[in-house]
Write a protein that binds this ligand. Structure first.
Ligand code: CAO
Length: 560
């Protein structure tokens, strides 16, 4: 089978344009009209489609090559005849095939006389119909020159800038990003400075005539206003785009990449382009998505949410190398398991707290020998009533005493202010088969240890049964995470934002303690207090722990 030569069709004044993307590879099956490459001038980019269906036998171009009408793109094994009679075989280039026959007579046809307000409309832009405005490059009050780009529009296959037909000051903008425009749509009113094109006034559409229209666009021969030059894609011949309004917001990417980004919800302006001149490639978009999903990066929106919960946070994790992509199965047998619902919810919150709060953890020991004796005695006394108090209930009560003495720990950051709470709601981390939850016991300053213990038991059961309500888990001032029933020595608990501190507790053990004369066997409880260094400093944290240890050493201090 003879190979069909697929060439660049008539693309108007797109001359010596660079290939910025090759969208197919040898062996790919392509449909007629499927985009093969993307080319770009300094003002517009467009995709060049295939003239026929078939299998790509051989690519004849690569990224960076410059092409013109008639340049050979690839060889195609195709049974079907090309949809176009002769080379270039493309019947319908990616963007407008039909070029404007006549420039429309627009009110802004002539350069506006000084002071006269002119309506600048979208000129004949070929088959660009109902295209989206993706960028507005000027604002009211800006002085614009003839041919200066006003907006950028984008179809599914190409984007282009629409220039002003007249010089003057922008009085009012009539479009915004997201609007759909067609030929004749009003872009802006411009108060003429009288500085229109020097030579014969041209029709508006001749001046902007941004017909990017490739194909057999007669517009290619349309004279540019006063310049006498040919411009099917007039903007390509213009000086570099210098919008008065700072733009720089439009990421450097082809329409296909923009479409992909929109489909995936990727904020393209946050993607770093690895292509020539920083162009964003398909791979860049995919890498960005992978990095966000793996937690190696965050979008600005995600960082912003973190920032609102933790003032001073945000800024993202830009600059981090991507998360390692490892094919674990290469090294041995594996099995995949979905994260539980709780882990899916708590994971991002823990991650945010860990990354955005400057944590410091102080480790300390409390002598709870006497308190433990009291606890055991209390439980014995209340055995018949079915009451059982664990050390955690005493820790909650002792923590309230410490929070009352050091109010900055019973606070949350709000911008430059500290919200000091006059209530004492304490959260406790509860281990459930589905993951960690933090129910909150309210008004612990007003409750006794037995009541706290009872409520804790009820909430822990609800947690294990998956029946906690959002109210059960909200309003906490300070949290305690106790691993005492399990074991361990010390750990570094993560602060439960917007709280500013958390107490970690491990298993108490009998240890020899020097009393000045001899070692005594004492029950020692390891404590780990993590605190937010934006709110608390090391000295205050040490004082908090010293006080807490004093209370645990002699619980009568709670009464003081
Ligand atoms: N030292 C020694 N023993 C301790 C202790 C301590 N610090 N704390 C509790 N114990 C003992 C209890 O006295 C109890 O002993 P008995 O069975 O002999 O009576 C046993 O350990 C079990 O206690 P518990 O864990 O059932 O009760 P608790 O009040 O200490 O804790 C709860 C309740 C819900 C907090 C706990 O069950 C739990 O889920 N802990 C895990 C919290 C967690 O996962 N934290 C990590 C967060 S970071 O990922």
């Amino acid at each position: 089978m003879a190979a069909l030569e697929v060439k660049v069709p008539d693309i108007g004044d797109f001359k010596d344009v660079e290939i910025i993307e090759v969208l197919v590879k040898a062996g790919d099956h392509v449909q007629a009209e499927q985009s093969l490459v993307t080319v770009e001038s300094d003002k517009a980019s467009m995709e060049i489609p295939s003239s026929a269906e078939g299998v790509v036998r051989e690519l004849r171009v690569k990224v960076g090559d410059k092409v013109n009408e008639g340049s050979l793109l690839l060889l195609l094994d195709s049974d079907a005849p090309a949809t176009h009679a002769d080379a270039p075989p493309v019947a319908s280039p990616a963007v407008p095939a039909s070029a404007p026959a006549e420039p429309p007579a627009a009110p802004a046809a002539a350069p506006a006389a000084a002071g006269v307000e002119v309506e600048v409309v979208v000129p004949d832009i070929g088959d660009f119909d109902e295209v989206a405005v993706i960028e507005v490059l000027v604002k009211p009050g800006d002085t614009v020159a003839v041919e200066q780009s006003l907006i950028t529009v984008e179809s599914d296959k190409a984007s282009m800038e629409i220039p002003s037909s007249t010089a003057g000051v922008v009085k009012a903008l009539k479009v915004k990003v997201g609007d759909k425009v067609s030929k004749g749509s009003l872009i802006a009113t411009v108060q003429g400075s009288g500085g229109g094109p020097a030579a014969a006034p041209a029709p508006a559409a001749a001046s902007p005539s941004p017909s990017p229209a490739p194909a057999s666009a007669p517009a290619a021969a349309a004279p540019a206003a006063g310049a006498g030059s040919e411009r099917a894609l007039p903007t390509a011949a213009l000086p570099a785009h210098e919008p008065t309004a700072p733009t720089g917001t439009l990421p450097h990417a082809s329409p296909a990449i923009r479409k992909l980004a929109r489909e995936l919800g990727v904020p393209l302006d946050e993607v770093k382009g690895s292509g020539p001149k920083g162009r964003i490639t398909q791979e860049d978009v995919h890498d960005f998505v992978k990095a966000v999903l793996s937690g190696a990066a965050r979008t600005k929106a995600q960082a912003g949410k973190g920032a609102s919960a933790a003032p001073g946070a945000g800024g993202g994790l830009a600059g981090l190398v991507p998360w390692p992509q490892v094919d674990f199965a290469k090294f041995g047998a594996i099995e995949k398991k979905d994260l539980s619902r709780i882990k899916k919810i708590s994971g991002p919150a823990l991650h945010r707290n860990w990354v955005t709060i400057p944590h410091v953890t102080n480790h300390d020991d409390a002598d709870i020998t006497d308190l433990e004796a009291f606890r055991v005695a209390t439980n014995k006394e209340n055995e018949k009533a079915g009451v059982k108090v664990t050390m955690l209930a005493f820790l909650i009560k002792a923590s309230v005493a410490a929070l009352q003495k050091f109010p900055d720990f019973n606070a949350s950051l709000d911008g430059d202010q500290l919200v000091l709470k006059k209530y004492f709601h304490i959260g406790f981390a509860a281990d459930t088969p589905n993951g960690l939850v933090v129910p909150v016991i309210r008004d612990c300053d007003k409750k006794g240890v037995i009541q706290i213990s009872n409520e804790m038991g009820e909430l822990a059961k609800k947690a294990r049964d998956g029946k906690l309500t959002p109210t059960d888990m909200s309003g906490g001032c300070f949290s305690i995470s106790s691993l005492g029933g399990i074991g361990g020595r010390y750990f570094t608990p993560i602060i439960n934002a917007p709280e500013v501190a958390i107490l970690g507790v491990c298993r108490s053990t009998i240890e020899p303690v020097w009393d000045g004369k001899a070692f005594q066997p004492r029950l020692i409880l390891p404590l780990s207090l993590s605190w937010d260094h934006r709110v608390v400093d090391g000295a205050m944290a040490a004082r908090f722990n010293v006080f807490l240890i004093q209370v645990l050493g002699d619980f009568r201090r709670v009464l003081l």
